[in-house]
Structure formats: structure tokens, C-alpha cells
Design a binder for this molecule. Structure first.
Ligand code: NAD
Length: 262
């Protein structure tokens, strides 16, 4: 048996770039084999060439919102490596618009990836987690799933639903030894953030986050890695905000902070 074959297997959706790629790299550094699933073929190829030839990486050019793609991805992982130890539902899309300008197509696009995709992957990949060894699932939600905000009717609702999906599955799959938890990132410097965060939004975030900065993708990956590790063996059905203290802050904080430093 090759050295590689003894390593646990992790599946990361949206793994071609940003937070997902950082999570994939965390698993590789920690002796896992990693399947990176993404619908962006070019980004997947770029990630693969940056990593170089690696028998511990499997690239799956698939769309999590399509049941047939998820089934094919699960079959590919099963036939290549067998059982799965960890699944991270990270693939996500953001459309920020006022409710009256959010078309039903916008709503469905966000739900299809952020919620349907996570549901489909949990179903397909938990079936590859043997109850004798258990497994861990981490869903990547957002602080937008915890705190309501303008322009996020679809995105925030999809992430709040994902947090509840986590609890549902933690109860049901916990019986099989599979732990399911959520990580809620604050703002992180990625392609998604570049798309939806203007200069003014950035400055507001700096004011509202006690640590006064965006998070790094590696900081999110460290939290995900912890939740998948044996160190978190009794953590199930929880959410962990990795947000520099954003979720803990109250109304009017920027003014109070200015008073504090005055
Ligand atoms: P990103 O846009 O940089 O990367 C997301 C990846 O997911 C892309 O490679 C994209 O191709 C892939 N993807 C999207 N839809 C897919 C689908 N249907 N099937 C397969 N792949 C798909 O985004 P990111 O900033 O790295 O975000 C990752 C996750 O973190 C998302 O769920 C996002 O909502 C969440 N998040 C991000 C931030 C932030 O500030 N960046 C904050 C909170 C939460």
C-alpha cells in the first residue's frame, strides 16, 4: 500500500480559490488527501499548476447545485480513494441587491449553490463516511447568516438556513458518529470580497470589527481544520464565528471606540 493510501480523505467544495483553496492546503499540510470540487475549470487548473503534481489531490470539475454533478463527484471520490473523513461545504455565491431588485432567478441562484449544494453534498458524501470511523462536516456560512443587513435578502437567508441545516444534520448524523458544524467568517480578502465590497464598505468594516482588519483565508482554514480534527471530537451542531469580534459588537460601537481612543 502506498503511503498516500493510508491518509484520510477530505472533500472541499469551491476549492479552486479563496477560502476553499486555503482549506484544501490546510488538509494537505495536515496529511490528508484532498478532493477540490469547483465549477470554475480555469481556477481549478490554476490551483493545480500552483500546487504541482500531487497524488494527494483530486480535481473535480463539478457544480454543487446540480444533483447529477454531486453524484458523479461522490462516485469519483469513492472509486479513487474510498471512504471520506471530512467534507467542507465552502462553495458559495453572493448577490447583494435590495429586495425589490432581487429577481427570483437571483434568489434561486444563491439558494441553489449556498443551500441546495450543501444539502446535496452532505447527503452524497456522508454516505461515504463509515459509522465505524465517523466523520466531520463543516459548512461555511457567514456573519450575514447571524446578523441581518441591507442588500442581503438572498445571501443572508441562505446562510441562516445553512446554519440551521447544520443543526438538523448534527442531530441526525451525530447518531452515526458524524459531527456537523458551521464556521461563520467575517470579511475575508478574496475574489468574492472584491466583487461585493466597495471602498466605502471596506472602511465601514474596519470601523465595526474590533480587530480592525479583514481576516485571512488561512485564519478561516485553521478554524475549519480544528473542527475536523480529533481535538474537536465532542463539538457537534455548533457555529464558530471567525470574524475579529464583529458578531460580538453592539450598535453605535464606532462612536464609542472613538471615545475610547480620544
Ligand atoms: P470565492 O468567490 O473567492 O470562491 C468561491 C469558489 O466557489 C469559487 O472558486 C467558485 O467557482 C466556487 N463555486 C461557486 N459556486 C459553485 C458551485 N455551484 N459549484 C461549485 N463551485 C462553486 O469566495 P470566497 O470568498 O473564498 O468564499 C468562500 C465561502 O466563504 C463562500 O461560501 C462565502 O459565502 C463564504 N464567506 C466569504 C466571505 C468573504 O468575505 N470572502 C465572508 C463570509 C463568508
Amino acid at each position: 500500500m502506498s503511503e498516500s493510501m493510508g491518509k484520510p480523505v477530505a472533500v472541499v467544495t469551491g476549492g479552486a480559490q479563496g477560502i476553499g483553496l486555503a482549506i484544501g492546503q490546510w488538509f494537505l499540510r495536515n496529511n490528508y488527501r484532498v478532493a477540490l470540487l469547483d465549477r470554475d475549470t480555469a481556477a481549478l487548473e490554476e490551483a493545480a499548476s500552483a500546487m504541482g503534481p500531487n497524488a494527494d489531490v483530486l480535481l473535480l470539475d463539478r457544480d454543487v447545485s446540480r444533483p447529477e454533478d454531486v453524484e458523479r463527484a461522490a462516485s469519483a471520490v469513492r472509486s479513487t480513494w474510498g471512504n471520506v473523513a471530512a467534507l467542507v461545504n465552502n462553495a458559495g455565491v453572493a448577490i447583494f441587491k435590495p429586495v425589490q431588485q432581487t429577481s427570483f432567478a437571483d434568489w434561486r441562484e444563491v439558494m441553489a449553490t449556498n443551500l441546495d449544494g450543501a444539502f446535496l453534498c452532505c447527503q452524497a458524501f456522508s454516505a461515504l463516511m463509515p459509522s465505524s470511523r465517523g466523520g466531520a462536516i463543516v459548512n461555511i456560512a457567514s456573519i450575514s447568516g447571524l446578523r441581518a443587513s441591507t442588500l442581503r435578502v438572498a445571501y443572508g437567508t441562505s446562510k441562516a438556513a445553512l446554519i440551521h441545516l447544520t443543526r438538523q444534520l448534527a442531530v441526525e448524523l451525530g447518531i452515526l458518529g458524524i459531527r456537523v458544524n458551521t464556521v461563520c467568517p467575517g470579511p475575508v480578502e478574496t475574489e468574492m470580497a472584491k466583487l461585493v465590497h466597495s471602498a466605502a464598505i471596506r472602511s465601514d468594516y474596519y470601523d465595526a470589527i474590533p480587530l480592525g482588519r479583514y481576516g485571512g483565508a488561512d485564519e478561516i482554514a485553521d478554524a475549519v481544520g480544528f473542527l475536523c480534527s480529533p481535538q474537536a471530537s465532542y463539538v457537534n451542531g455548533q457555529f464558530l464565528s471567525v470574524d475579529g469580534g464583529f458578531d460580538a459588537t453592539g450598535v453605535g460601537l464606532p462612536t464609542l471606540r472613538r471615545m475610547q481612543v480620544a
